[in-house]
Design a protein. Structure first.
Lengths: 383, 373
């Protein structure tokens, strides 16, 4: 059937690919943006964005002003997690500070604090945490708990002493951290951003490919040409998959040598995943492009349909297992989740091909479905 | 002059309102996207998946395990051996493992027992929070054991500080309250920039910009005409979203003045639309404009303080962040809608948005005037 239209199928697709590639290369601004923008983003993120929450602003209302209370306050201030911004006189003033955001945490120490502790009694301290940013609120709560527990341990040990054969601290935890032993946020942000950045640029660029020709009318040239639907879809996708894969290589190089992100897995498995992912993301753009009526509509659909969910649901910030029902469903529907498993695993966990086989397979299936969709969508307009 | 401007605004408005795919996306951005976004980004731990390997199988170990409970932790399984623990952690089914040694109970009563916590550090923020909670759990359990023991021996109490934590504004730390509102604020930012940029780029791509240049419209008028429809549409959509989704679906309490929120949103959309126009002027086609929008948008959003609190950023970024209108708007939005703060608290944010907005408008008009010559 191909011969009737002149040229072999592969040749026609390649010809279209050559034309698209030339068009891409001839617009230096376009190509520059396609490569420079992702790089700039990863630079900014790698160097500047840290999710380690440190130096939380804490204010203290100390009604006791005894050595005991000062020691308690010191336990907080001497950790890197809190920064003392002020000693206040009243609870009202403290509320005001939380309200205006000058303090995120207020510790209110009652007047009988020292007396009760020296008498061997239990004493309550009220801690107010600003919950308007829940993650930060939870981190603050966690730190307060942990520092408080350590303080209590020292308090009890110094009171009871270890010498009298009596009680020592009964239960201790031994924490070992796997996959990212130093708990540096760059080790999960940079690989995570690889997934998100590769979801942003390739589909946004490819989403314009068909609809642009439709808007300017040149799509008729394609319809009249001997190129079939597969030739058009494959030919248009090819150069963009190549650019996307190139982006991947550059970001990978930056992650490894510039940011020195931990990498324990196989580059080959990761690259296979990246290639499948690039095919997928470009295909999603093409599918949208084949359906959309205007470039702007295509762009917005891509943005809202792929980019935003990738950022939110791929598991970059929240472990997939702790997302709620809606989140679970959405995360299973987007390719970013599967690529994220391959990326996280390759960077931090390792283990060869076996653990990532299912994810790679799903990415491949995903690509097949997307291209079939693009092929079907294109027919409507041809007919 | 007023007639010219009005005619141009009318044309822009009807063009926008007739473009139903675009309107559909604006609607989706402020409903569906906000709804899904409300379920999204968070580093907090909520049902943090935990696997237990209890080799002690004693009353003491069971009591320890029982302290790992909702809403923070969710026990996803009891492993039989080390291999199973490793498998669950490797596969990402569990993010945390508690391993209790066989002699746990005996040592609790004698020399001090240890249990092992293995934490998946690949999401370092969550891992840090989880570690802090576990330290709290272990400490609380120890203190209680000591107290019981001393009470049994008739030796009185144990000195202890108990921190009673009260969380203001969001007592149960419901993530959707925060994430839903953040999503609205981010959509305002994105849609304002994109719509304005698109309206201008379209003229450039179709060549109709030449018509506008030779028309009696002055650059500032042309710009105003491009911005007005966006300013009319986006803040209204945001307001609708705040009522319908943020308040209606997520039941987020709206404590402050909605009028103030609307008024400042108008100014903010004006600022972001100006930025969108400035980008459209320097780019030749929609693809370029879009990439530039993203180049500007992502850093601004990341510096907004919603992901990393400003006080935890490096000193340079903390001040660079002040140049991001998003930073002021996010702060303003939370203070007004969520904390119920009034002008006395948010005037610095408003001043920032105004100053940046005027600067952006001036820059984009000047760039356009240069293009015209």
């Amino acid at each position: 059937m191909g011969d009737r239209r002149g040229g072999r199928r592969g040749d026609r697709a390649l010809a279209i690919a050559r034309k698209e590639a030339r068009q891409l290369l001839r617009d230096p601004a376009y190509l520059g943006l396609a490569i420079v923008v992702p790089l700039l983003l990863i630079m900014l993120l790698g160097y500047q964005l840290s999710l380690d929450v440190k130096g939380l602003l804490v204010a203290v209302v100390d009604h006791d002003r005894s050595p005991w209370s000062r020691q308690y306050i010191d336990a907080f201030v001497h950790s890197e997690y809190f920064r003392l911004v002020g000693q206040l006189d009243s609870a009202t003033e403290a509320r005001e500070w939380v309200r205006s955001g000058r303090a995120r945490v207020v510790i209110d120490i009652p007047p009988d604090f020292g007396r009760r502790l020296s008498a061997g009694e239990r004493v309550a301290v009220s801690v107010t945490v600003d919950g308007s940013f829940p993650t930060r609120g939870q981190i603050a709560t966690g730190y307060v708990e942990a520092i408080g527990a350590l303080y209590n341990q020292q308090l009890i040990e110094s009171r009871l002493g270890r010498g009298d054969g009596g009680p020592v601290w009964p239960v201790q935890m031994e924490l070992s951290v796997w996959y990212n032993p130093t708990l540096e946020s760059k080790n999960f942000i940079v690989p995570g951003m690889l997934v998100v950045i590769l979801m942003i640029f390739p589909p946004l660029l490819s989403a314009l490919l068909i609809v642009r020709e439709r808007e300017s009318g040149t799509i008729l040239n394609l319809y009249c040409s001997p190129a079939g639907r597969w030739d058009i879809v494959a030919g248009k996708a090819l150069p963009y998959v190549a650019v996307s894969f190139f982006d991947y290589l550059v970001i990978l190089a930056a992650s490894l040598w510039l940011f020195r992100v931990r990498f324990v897995g196989s580059v080959w498995v990761l690259s296979a995943g990246a290639l499948l992912y690039a095919v997928c993301t470009v295909g999603i753009g093409l599918l949208i492009s084949a359906l959309a009526r205007s470039q702007l509509a295509a762009m917005l659909a891509t943005f809202l349909g792929t980019v935003a969910p990738a950022f939110t649901f791929s598991g970059i910030f929240t472990p997939a297992a702790s997302q709620d029902a809606v989140g679970q469903v959405v995360s299973r529907l987007i390719p970013a989740t599967y690529f994220m498993e391959v990326v996280r695993g390759s960077f931090l966990k390792g283990g060869g091909l076996a653990p990532y086989g299912p994810s790679l397979l799903i990415l491949a299936l995903y690509a097949a479905v997307v291209y079939l969709g693009a092929w079907l969508a294109l027919r409507k307009r041809v007919g | 002059m007023a007639g010219r401007l009005a005619a141009m605004i009318r044309k822009e408005l009807s063009q926008l309102l007739r473009d139903w795919p675009i309107l559909l996306f604006v609607v989706w951005a402020f409903t569906g996207a906000v709804y899904t976004g409300g379920h999204g980004i968070s580093s907090e731990i909520h049902n943090y998946p935990l696997v237990v390997l209890d080799l002690s199988r004693s009353a003491a170990s069971r009591e320890l395990v029982s302290r790992f409970r909702a809403p923070y932790f969710k026990i996803v399984g009891y492993a039989r051996d080390d291999a199973e623990v490793v498998r669950l952690l490797d596969g990402g089914r569990a993010s945390l493992a508690i391993v209790i040694p066989p002699d746990f109970e005996r040592r609790v009563h004698r020399s001090g027992a240890r249990f092992q916590v293995i934490s998946d550090g690949s999401q370092s923020t969550s891992a840090t929070i989880a570690g802090a909670h576990i330290a709290g759990i272990a400490g609380g359990y120890s203190a209680e054991l000591l107290e019981r023991r001393l009470a049994a021996a008739g030796r009185g109490g144990v000195p202890q500080v108990e921190a009673r934590v009260r969380v203001e504004y969001n007592p149960n730390l419901v993530e959707a309250w925060f994430a839903g509102l953040l999503e609205v604020l981010n959509q305002v930012t994105m849609i304002a920039m994109l719509l304005a940029a698109a309206a201008m780029v379209r003229e450039r791509e179709q060549g109709t910009v030449e018509h506008l240049l030779v028309s009696p419209l002055r650059p500032a008028e042309l710009f105003a005409a491009k911005i007005v429809p966006v300013v009319a549409l986006v803040p209204l959509a945001a307001l609708g979203s705040v009522f319908a989704i943020v308040h209606g679906v997520f039941a987020t309490p709206i404590r402050g003045s909605v009028t103030l929120f609307y008024a400042v949103s108008v100014v903010y959309v004006f600022a972001m639309a100006s930025l969108g126009l400035a980008i459209a002027v320097v780019s030749r086609n929609l693809g370029q404009a879009m990439l530039l929008v993203l180049l500007v948008l992502y850093p601004m959003m990341l510096l907004s303080g919603a992901f990393t609190p400003p006080e935890s950023m490096g000193p340079i970024m903390r001040y660079v962040g002040l140049l991001s209108p998003v930073r002021h708007y996010v702060d303003f939005g939370y203070q007004v809608l969520f904390k119920g703060n009034g002008l006395a608290y948010v005037w610095p944010d408003i001043a920032g948005i105004l100053a940046l907005g005027l600067a952006l408008f001036a820059i984009s008009v000047r760039r356009f005037a240069r293009l015209a010559r």
